[in-house]
Design a protein around this ligand. Structure first.
Ligand SMILES: [Zn+2]
Length: 192
């Protein structure tokens, strides 16, 4: 494609870009916008701005826009996520945890409360200990295998039909993947 070699010509012909062949003030030999500057400079500035944006907390409007994008492009977003290398996802999780300590504190306290509310008063110290051991076992299995193990409540603590207890015989160690499959099934169950 042929471009005018100066802005004046670009303006008269209505071309959106022109090409002088001369480096810009930052040394790019690139197209220039008739209504603006060097396209490589624009790209650079956009990248720098984007890095800064990433560090700032998201505005409510941006969060809503993100949600709308996800609803429209659910499958594509999921495909991109599963194609991403595991290390990258792990790094992102670590960063998210560092940046949102309040969120994770809240999650932990919700989980603790759920467990406390579902623990019967008549539970013995030995039984409590055996539950703690299951959590340690899950941690060990995770370290050993590299796959994430979790403690699952066989009958969920909170479910529309029946609420399980936080007691040793309602606990088992399974992989997170199995756990996710299980919770999807529960969501699929028609609710009365
Ligand atoms: Zn430039």
């Amino acid at each position: 494609m042929e471009y005018p070699n100066n802005r004046a010509d670009a303006k008269t012909t209505g071309a959106k870009f022109y090409f002088t062949g001369q480096p810009c003030s930052r040394g790019h030999v690139a197209l220039r916008k008739t209504k603006g500057s060097c396209v490589e400079c624009v790209k650079e500035d956009w990248k720098i701005d984007n890095e800064k944006r990433k560090d700032k907390p998201k505005s409510e409007a941006a969060k809503q826009a993100g949600k709308r994008y996800y609803e429209k492009n659910r499958e594509a977003v999921k495909a991109r996520a599963s194609a991403r290398p595991k290390e990258e996802t792990q790094q992102y999780k670590v960063k998210h945890k560092e940046n949102n300590p309040e969120y994770y504190k809240a999650l932990t306290s919700v989980r603790r409360r759920k467990h406390r509310n579902a623990t019967p008063k008549w539970i013995t110290p030995e039984q409590k200990l055996s539950m703690r051991e299951l959590y340690l076992q899950a941690q060990k299995m995770t370290k050993l295998t590299g796959e994430r193990y979790v403690v699952d409540h066989i009958i969920p603590l909170i479910s529309p039909e029946v609420c399980g207890l936080h007691v040793p015989w309602n606990l088992r160690v399974i992989t997170q993947e199995e756990n996710l499959i299980k919770s999807n099934k529960l969501v699929d169950t028609p609710q009365k």
